[in-house]
Design a protein around this ligand. Sequence first.
Ligand SMILES: *Cc1c(COP(=O)(O)O)cnc(C)c1O
Length: 501
Amino acid sequence: MKENDILYTSTRSDTEKITSVQAIIKGIAPDGGLYVPERIPAIDVPFSELVKMDYRQLSFYIMSKFLTDFTPEELDFCISRAYDEKFDNALIAPLVKAGNMFFLELYHGATAAFKDMALSVLPYLLTTALKKSGIKKEIVILTATSGDTGKAALESFSGVAGTKVIVFYPKGKVSPIQERQMTTQESKNTFVCAIEGNFDDAQTGVKSIFSDRDFNELAGRKNYLFSSANSINIGRLIPQVAYYVHVYLRLLQSGEITEGEEINVVVPTGNFGNILASYYAREMGLPIGRFICASNENNVLYDFINTGVYNKNRKLKLTASPSMDILVSSNLERLIYDLCERDSSKLAGLFDSLAKTGTFSIDESMRDKLASFWGGYATEAQTFEAIGQAYREHKYLIDTHTAVGYFVYKDYLESTSDKTKTVIASTASPFKFPGSVLKAISGDFSAYENLDEFEMLSKLSEITGLKIPKSLQGMAQKQILHDSVCGIGDMKQFIARTLAL
Ligand SMILES: *Cc1c(COP(=O)(O)O)cnc(C)c1O
């Protein structure tokens, strides 16, 4: 072991210390906890040097700090396969200024949502990790999706030798375009099943399969190994840290900020992965003042940040920002771990309470450490109004998720008058949710009401003069290849059938 090597440990116990290779393969810890780096590495290259790097080089730098058991050649291989022509913008994640706000567009990858930023690299990290550890098993990625992760996982693992992907999504609770993106996925190693339940049911189902020892052994005998592409996998999380450093450097480069100046970030949040990546960036030394956590009407995180009580005992609402329709925000566990000073037994107690009663509350000292987080939320009406306003006032078209961030940012400004330069994470292309966006920007929606979502896509392009992203073109004509539906109790059977266990 070298001095700078980083090992990973579960949030719920500290008996096991494993390498990043092992953590990426396992996805989730056997005790149900999430893997976290033992310490967060510091940025140890001056910004004046980092600023010269392009996205790939920067991503290499950040990832090499965390994934210390990958060789430079291996990381370089993974990164160059990930951030290539699949992205329709050479900057990978361009920064756009609209009024006095900055939007970091994270949706230029293969599926037009920010999940591509991490998922385009994960299959290579995972297959490299398997090779390095001499595992000859075929990896089976089990994924629960609220809409965007599913397609991004299918697309990124499609055709990757030695892997299969099985995606579960909540039937009728993702957008028609999201559903079509998944059900038309070609290639033999991809499988999709709708479940009769919501996202939390799907996520809970997948998590319980990971910790089902007998079922894992059964799969193992057939030479399969389950792993996760959800943001609980640290191989998803670490690549996301890079774009927060990237955005800081671009702001420096364009003279919008001076070195050392703090910025704020606004992150439309569901499973807490994206915003946690920004927090890890600050732990590395990036000057971030406030983390503005934006929720939709499923405002569990808003309540948590404002009261210290996490309570999932409420009805999940279906909103126009479906990728944030989540009540159990998995990655919050990693932040809580830091808030309780990495005391895994204290954390285990809180999450035990969450499992048993659906709620937990944090003490005063933990709340103090949460001070740099600001929680806000947008109602459905406010989300639609935000899209209309951004378009009218700034000629900038945003999707429903980003609109939640935009609204919450304005709310933040009103209540704090904080003038810090602020970056809003723009998490999906507006063309991914054309019905909602069209409705929000047109004064009279009645003319479009009878169009289906695919016709609305063309209409949106016609009205705004903006081009439909390549990945969303021609979808209405594609053949549906996946039409399985199962109950929430039958996910295991679906997997068993698919893999002939
Ligand atoms: C997944 C997703 C989010 C939420 O991101 P988390 O990392 O789960 O908090 C927000 N917007 C879009 C478009 C997404 O796909």
